[in-house]
Write a protein that binds this ligand. Structure first.
Ligand code: SF4
Ligand code: SF4
Length: 119
Protein backbone atom coordinates (compact mmCIF):
# COMPACT_ATOMS: atom_id res chain seq x y z
CA UNK A 1 0.00 0.00 0.00
CA UNK A 2 1.48 3.33 -1.07
CA UNK A 3 1.08 6.56 0.89
CA UNK A 4 -0.56 9.58 -0.74
CA UNK A 5 2.87 11.12 -1.18
CA UNK A 6 4.20 7.98 -2.85
CA UNK A 7 1.17 7.89 -5.16
CA UNK A 8 1.82 11.51 -6.14
CA UNK A 9 5.48 10.69 -6.80
CA UNK A 10 4.48 7.68 -8.88
CA UNK A 11 1.86 9.65 -10.81
CA UNK A 12 4.52 12.16 -11.81
CA UNK A 13 6.87 9.37 -12.93
CA UNK A 14 4.13 7.81 -15.07
CA UNK A 15 3.15 11.16 -16.58
CA UNK A 16 6.80 11.98 -17.32
CA UNK A 17 6.88 8.89 -19.56
CA UNK A 18 3.37 8.91 -21.02
CA UNK A 19 2.41 12.56 -21.55
CA UNK A 20 5.16 13.29 -24.11
CA UNK A 21 3.86 10.50 -26.38
CA UNK A 22 0.15 10.73 -25.54
CA UNK A 23 -2.21 11.61 -28.37
CA UNK A 24 -4.20 13.78 -25.94
CA UNK A 25 -1.26 16.11 -25.45
CA UNK A 26 -1.43 19.42 -27.27
CA UNK A 27 1.60 20.89 -29.10
CA UNK A 28 1.99 23.43 -26.29
CA UNK A 29 2.45 20.59 -23.78
CA UNK A 30 -0.91 20.93 -22.07
CA UNK A 31 -3.46 18.14 -21.93
CA UNK A 32 -6.42 18.03 -24.29
CA UNK A 33 -8.63 16.73 -21.52
CA UNK A 34 -10.48 19.63 -19.99
CA UNK A 35 -13.76 18.16 -18.79
CA UNK A 36 -12.40 14.81 -17.60
CA UNK A 37 -9.42 13.95 -15.47
CA UNK A 38 -6.72 11.79 -16.99
CA UNK A 39 -7.77 8.14 -16.49
CA UNK A 40 -4.25 7.27 -15.36
CA UNK A 41 -4.58 9.71 -12.46
CA UNK A 42 -8.10 8.62 -11.60
CA UNK A 43 -7.28 4.92 -11.49
CA UNK A 44 -3.66 4.93 -10.31
CA UNK A 45 -4.37 3.24 -6.93
CA UNK A 46 -6.10 0.34 -8.69
CA UNK A 47 -3.31 0.13 -11.26
CA UNK A 48 -0.83 -0.23 -8.41
CA UNK A 49 -2.92 -3.05 -6.94
CA UNK A 50 -3.03 -4.77 -10.32
CA UNK A 51 0.73 -4.55 -10.89
CA UNK A 52 1.31 -5.78 -7.32
CA UNK A 53 -0.88 -8.82 -7.78
CA UNK A 54 -0.68 -10.00 -11.40
CA UNK A 55 3.07 -10.72 -11.89
CA UNK A 56 2.82 -12.10 -15.41
CA UNK A 57 4.90 -12.01 -18.58
CA UNK A 58 1.68 -11.89 -20.59
CA UNK A 59 0.29 -8.42 -21.26
CA UNK A 60 -3.16 -9.95 -21.79
CA UNK A 61 -3.29 -10.78 -18.09
CA UNK A 62 -2.86 -7.10 -17.20
CA UNK A 63 -5.35 -6.03 -19.87
CA UNK A 64 -7.96 -8.44 -18.55
CA UNK A 65 -7.40 -7.33 -14.96
CA UNK A 66 -7.75 -3.68 -15.99
CA UNK A 67 -11.02 -4.50 -17.76
CA UNK A 68 -12.26 -6.32 -14.67
CA UNK A 69 -11.07 -4.01 -11.91
CA UNK A 70 -10.77 -0.58 -13.54
CA UNK A 71 -13.07 -0.36 -16.56
CA UNK A 72 -15.85 -1.94 -14.54
CA UNK A 73 -15.94 1.05 -12.18
CA UNK A 74 -15.00 3.73 -14.73
CA UNK A 75 -18.61 4.84 -14.99
CA UNK A 76 -18.13 8.18 -16.72
CA UNK A 77 -16.92 6.64 -19.94
CA UNK A 78 -18.86 3.42 -20.17
CA UNK A 79 -21.73 3.45 -22.61
CA UNK A 80 -25.06 1.92 -21.57
CA UNK A 81 -24.05 -1.28 -23.39
CA UNK A 82 -20.90 -1.68 -21.34
CA UNK A 83 -18.56 -0.64 -24.13
CA UNK A 84 -16.05 2.17 -23.72
CA UNK A 85 -16.26 4.78 -26.44
CA UNK A 86 -13.02 6.34 -25.32
CA UNK A 87 -11.19 3.05 -25.66
CA UNK A 88 -12.83 2.31 -29.02
CA UNK A 89 -11.68 5.68 -30.35
CA UNK A 90 -8.17 5.37 -28.87
CA UNK A 91 -8.63 8.24 -26.42
CA UNK A 92 -7.97 6.40 -23.16
CA UNK A 93 -4.31 6.89 -22.25
CA UNK A 94 -4.59 4.19 -19.59
CA UNK A 95 -5.61 1.64 -22.22
CA UNK A 96 -3.42 2.89 -25.05
CA UNK A 97 -0.20 3.00 -22.99
CA UNK A 98 -0.83 0.20 -20.52
CA UNK A 99 2.48 -1.60 -21.15
CA UNK A 100 4.79 1.36 -20.33
CA UNK A 101 2.49 2.31 -17.43
CA UNK A 102 2.87 -1.18 -15.96
CA UNK A 103 6.65 -0.98 -16.43
CA UNK A 104 6.93 2.37 -14.62
CA UNK A 105 4.74 1.18 -11.75
CA UNK A 106 6.65 -2.09 -11.47
CA UNK A 107 10.01 -0.27 -11.40
CA UNK A 108 8.67 2.07 -8.74
CA UNK A 109 7.41 -0.78 -6.54
CA UNK A 110 10.66 -2.72 -6.93
CA UNK A 111 12.58 0.42 -5.96
CA UNK A 112 10.43 0.89 -2.87
CA UNK A 113 10.83 -2.76 -1.88
CA UNK A 114 14.61 -2.55 -2.09
CA UNK A 115 14.82 0.34 0.38
CA UNK A 116 15.64 -1.15 3.78
CA UNK A 117 13.14 -0.29 6.49
CA UNK A 118 14.46 1.88 9.34
CA UNK A 119 15.79 -0.06 12.36
S1 SF4 B 1 -4.46 12.20 -21.08
FE1 SF4 B 1 -3.17 11.83 -19.29
S2 SF4 B 1 -1.30 10.90 -20.13
FE2 SF4 B 1 -2.36 11.91 -21.84
S3 SF4 B 1 -1.46 13.99 -21.97
FE3 SF4 B 1 -3.30 14.10 -20.67
S4 SF4 B 1 -2.50 13.88 -18.55
FE4 SF4 B 1 -0.93 13.10 -19.97
S1 SF4 C 1 -10.74 1.99 -21.31
FE1 SF4 C 1 -12.59 3.23 -20.89
S2 SF4 C 1 -13.57 2.28 -19.11
FE2 SF4 C 1 -11.41 1.56 -19.20
S3 SF4 C 1 -10.23 3.01 -17.94
FE3 SF4 C 1 -10.18 3.77 -20.06
S4 SF4 C 1 -11.86 5.24 -20.19
FE4 SF4 C 1 -12.23 3.96 -18.36
Amino acid sequence: MLSMQELKELEQKVKDVICPVCTERRPDGTCELTEQECPISVHLPRLVQIVSSVHSNRMEDYVQKVRDDVCSICRTTLSPRGQCNWRAEGHCALDAYLLPIVEVIDDFLVGKASIPSPK
